[in-house]
Every structure is written in structure tokens, then in C-alpha cells.
Design a protein around this ligand. Structure first.
Ligand SMILES: Nc1ncnc2c1ncn2[C@@H]1O[C@H](COP(=O)(O)OP(=O)(O)O)[C@@H](O)[C@H]1O
Ligand SMILES: [Mg+2]
Length: 292
């Protein structure tokens, strides 16, 4: 079942078209990332999906049915900026939004436990990580089947980011669907089952991280250090002193072959590293521009 189908979605602000025909399909139960630089149109797309922002043309299906007030209740939204009231406590915020979304009152205690939130602390006094967790908890109060996140880890420190990523993966592991926008390559690489690369209002490529790297002809580099004997005779190997580099599209197959060849020649290996191509490399290759 497709959680989401988007066909030829277009949106202009005044004279400027910012979504130029977005096409994508999100499978139920996957984490789907929209990866693109600032200004690519990610937030506009997400606001159409979650806030009822008007669009010019195209079609959006949520579990097979047109996006409407009714099907929108299947979607939970965690925007980039916090929506918590700073003067209310965590519990008061959650009770307010539970009312708004017609979520049962028991859900408030459930999410407080699940997200390890301090119920009586004022939202304004929360750390960045706690605030993000409060917003995530708010987004899933009504138990949506699809969770939409806009730049989830923006502004978070490394430990809070890791914790947030675990929560997002946990949501997927419950069989729910996640759609997230990010300009942060590592976030897409770590979390996403599939990534849509967005540039200038268009989807320029879709696939798993591995597929995208292949699509762009991404080659890995195997780097070996040690006392290397006879390494010059290994096809493709570039040897400099006690280091060797070998470019390959298939590091998983090439690595054991290379090690065996080196050992056979009597080398002593001290360090082996595979430098994989990144999604940044893919983005540059596809668009001629950089992600940042
Ligand atoms: N409310 C708005 N009015 C006019 N232009 C907007 C508005 N919101 C976004 N834009 C423009 O639309 C483009 C896409 O922005 P946005 O969807 O926020 O991209 P992203 O989230 O990928 O950074 C940008 O050029 C931005 O300046
Ligand atoms: Mg944005």
C-alpha cells in the first residue's frame, strides 16, 4: 500500500513557481527523506501536505484517497519551529493539543512516558532536545499513520540528535510511515529507507542511498596502509610509500580480493578503510550544485 502518492504537484508564490511538478510515491512503513538545499521547495511541499496550504495543480493521495480534511488526520506534523506555548507546562501543552486534535486524554500520559518528558516543566525552560521531543510527542498524540518532519535535527546538539533519530526509527519500526525533509545529508543517509533528491522544485532522483550512489556512478576508494610488497602489480592500485588507494564501484567484492592479493605478496597490513561516496557527491553530480 502506498502511504502517499503525489502527481505533478505545482505551486507558485506570485510569479515564482517553487514546486515545478513534484512526483513521488511513499510506501507504507518506510522512512522517506526529501533531501535538498535551502530553497528547494521542501517546506512548501510539507505545508501543502500538513497545513492545507493551497497548490495550483496536481494530485495528492493519502492511502489511496485524495488529501482532504479527513485524510489529513492520518498525518502527524512536526514543523521545524516549535509550536509549544512557552508559558504552559509540558502537560498543559499536550492537553491543549490533545483537545485540538480530538486525541483521547490518556494519550498525554502515554507520550510523556514514551518521550521521557518532564510533565510539570514550563515549555520555555526545556532544553533543545526536550523541546523537540515535546513537538514530536504533540505530532503523534492522535496516533497518525504518517509522521511528517521538517528538518528534524536542525539546531540540535549531537546527543539530542542521536536520541531523536532513535525515536524516528522506533516510529518506523512500529510499522508507521515517516516523511522528512532535510538538507542534512547525514540525516538522510542514517535514517532513510529511500531518498528523493529535490532541487529547485523538482525531484531529480529517488532511491535507496545505495541506489542513488550507484546512479551517480559513485565510486568508493579502498585505502590500505602497511608494509606493502609487490602492490604495484595489483591492477588499478595506486601506491605511494606505505599507502595504497584503489577506486572501485564494488568495494564489498573488491576489498577481500585486494587484501588476499596483498597478503599473498607478503605484505603486512596495518589499516584498511573504505571511503564511500556521499549523497553530497550524488547531489553535485546530478545538479552541478552543492547541498549546503
Ligand atoms: N510564503 C512564501 N511567500 C513567498 N515565497 C516563499 C514563501 N515560502 C517560501 N517561499 C520561497 O519558495 C522557495 C522554496 O522555499 P521552501 O519551500 O521553504 O524551501 P526549503 O524548505 O527546501 O528550504 C524559496 O525560494 C522561498 O524563498
Ligand atoms: Mg525548509
Amino acid at each position: 500500500m502506498k502511504a502517499l502518492i503525489v502527481k505533478n504537484l505545482r505551486k507558485s508564490y506570485g510569479e515564482t513557481e517553487v514546486l515545478k511538478g513534484i512526483n513521488l510515491e511513499v510506501e507504507e512503513g518506510e522512512i522517506f527523506a526529501l533531501l535538498g538545499p535551502n530553497g528547494a521547495g521542501k517546506t512548501t511541499f510539507i505545508r501543502i501536505l500538513t497545513e492545507g496550504l493551497a497548490y495550483d495543480s496536481g494530485e495528492i493521495l493519502v492511502f489511496g484517497r485524495p488529501l482532504s480534511k479527513e485524510t489529513a488526520t492520518l498525518i502527524g506534523y512536526c514543523p521545524q519551529e516549535s509550536i509549544a506555548y512557552e508559558n504552559l507546562t509540558v502537560r498543559e501543552n499536550l492537553e491543549f493539543y490533545a483537545d485540538l486534535y480530538n486525541a483521547p486524554k490518556e494519550r498525554v500520559d502515554e507520550v510523556i512516558r514514551e518521550f521521557n518528558l518532564p510533565p510539570d516543566k514550563r515549555a520555555g525552560k526545556l532544553s533543545g532536545g526536550q523541546m523537540k521531543r515535546l513537538n514530536l510527542a504533540t505530532a503523534i498524540l492522535h496516533e497518525p499513520k504518517i509522521l511528517v518532519l521538517d528538518e528534524p535535527s536542525a539546531g540540535l546538539d549531537v546527543p539530542s540528535r542521536r536520541e531523536l533519530w532513535k525515536l524516528i526509527l522506533g516510529f518506523r519500526d512500529e510499522g508507521k510511515t515517516v516523511v522528512m525533509a532535510t538538507h542534512y545529508m547525514e540525516e538522510a543517509e542514517r535514517l532513510a529507507d529511500r531518498v528523493a533528491i529535490i532541487s529547485d522544485g523538482r525531484v531529480v532522483a529517488v532511491g535507496s542511498v545505495e541506489e542513488l550512489k550507484k546512479l551517480a556512478g559513485g565510486e568508493s576508494v579502498i585505502h590500505v596502509e602497511g608494509i606493502l610488497r609487490g602492490a604495484e602489480s595489483i591492477p588499478g592500485a595506486i601506491v605511494k610509500g606505505n599507502a595504497l588507494r584503489l577506486r572501485t564501484p564494488n568495494p564489498r567484492e573488491e576489498l577481500p580480493r585486494l587484501i588476499e592479493a596483498l597478503l599473498k605478496r607478503g605484505s603486512e597490513i596495518r589499516l584498511v578503510k573504505v571511503e564511500e561516496p556521499t549523497l553530497e557527491d550524488v547531489f553535485v553530480k546530478l545538479t552541478g550544485r552543492s547541498l549546503e
